[in-house]
Design a protein around this ligand. Structure first.
Ligand SMILES: Nc1ncnc2c1ncn2[C@@H]1O[C@H](COP(=O)(O)OP(=O)(O)OP(=O)(O)O)[C@@H](O)[C@H]1O
Ligand SMILES: [Mg+2]
Length: 274
């Protein structure tokens, strides 16, 4: 079933974190590029509705954003910013603080607009804000797959634990994927995953997959400063290899999923919890 639906429907993945600044936007932008390069059509939703910056990663300026769609000022099709071959963006709208506190009517408007895009893309990747605000929770609960970015900072672990706990207890989410960023090496990444997994599974009944490490690499800061994606401009680097590995894990995990399918699901789910 999933193969047939998967053909027509948009698979939704949120990339999120308990703590800010752990690499979500960097990872989403590079994963989108990896998928698009294979011919997949990718839509990025900048779900960090208050502090959007995916467009900056691609060196593009978004003319319209989801805020205007929610207000009914523009149609969703007009709020799409092309970022490159096979990659489009729905920008979040920088600095619009109230967007991080949408009411249920506004959420509904946003989700209805997104649902109308179902099937136009193979993937929708959602770059969320950090933390456990309502918007973050419902975007994560609505996505088919939620990848949580952690790093060795203890605050990242405790905040991610809190995020998983609330998604599990309030939204019945029981499966997450973990990306260990800014680790020393692959061994360190695996150790961090095991440590986190051990604590989480001691207290919560959830499953955590490991999508892999991303080592601490000065190329990331350089590439952000120059608005050049690492995967595009440093394709032979260790970090690019690790990013491709993560994108393969993402594809594989969605092939396995058929119970939550497409933006229609995304929409139904959100109406259910709004
Ligand atoms: N593996 C890495 N090695 C070195 N620097 C990294 C790595 N991953 C991310 N960074 C840097 O960390 C900073 C934060 O990254 P990014 O903006 O992607 O995080 P974020 O989780 O989206 O933050 P926010 O929560 O504020 O949205 C950026 O300067 C980025 O270049
Ligand atoms: Mg970000």
């Amino acid at each position: 079933m999933s193969a047939i639906l998967g053909h027509r429907r948009t698979k939704t993945v949120s990339v999120t974190s308990g703590k800010g600044g752990v690499g979500k936007t960097t990872i989403v932008s590079n994963l989108a590029f990896a998928l698009a390069r294979q011919g997949k059509r990718v839509l990025i939703l900048d779900g960090d509705l208050g502090m959007a910056n995916v467009d900056i990663m691609f060196g593009v300026k978004a003319e319209a954003n989801i805020h205007q769609v929610i207000k009914g000022e523009v149609e969703i099709a007009q709020a799409i910013t092309p970022l490159g071959t096979n990659i489009d963006l729905i920008a979040g709208g920088s600095g619009i603080v109230e967007l991080n506190r949408l009411n249920s009517f506004e959420r509904r408007a946003m989700m209805e607009s997104l649902q109308s895009m179902d099937g136009l893309y193979d993937y929708m990747l959602i770059d969320t804000a950090p933390g456990i605000s309502d918007n973050v929770l419902y975007l994560n609960s609505a996505a088919q797959e939620t990848a949580i970015v952690i790093n060795p900072d203890p605050a990242s672990l405790t905040d991610s634990y809190a995020l998983i706990k609330v998604l599990n207890q309030e939204y019945k989410e029981s499966h997450f994927s973990i990306i260990c960023n800014q680790v020393r090496d692959e061994t360190d990444g695996m150790a961090l995953y095991h440590r986190f997994n051990e604590v989480v599974s001691r207290f919560l009944f959830v499953g955590l997959d490991y999508w892999g490490p991303l080592t601490q690499d000065p190329l990331f800061r350089k590439s952000a400063q120059n608005q050049r994606l690492i995967l595009k401009h440093e394709p032979t680097s260790e970090s690019s290899r690790q990013l491709l590995n993560i994108s393969m894990k993402l594809e594989r995990s969605l092939v396995r999923k058929n119970e939550k399918s497409g933006l229609q699901f995304f929409w139904d789910q959100v109406v259910g919890v709004a």
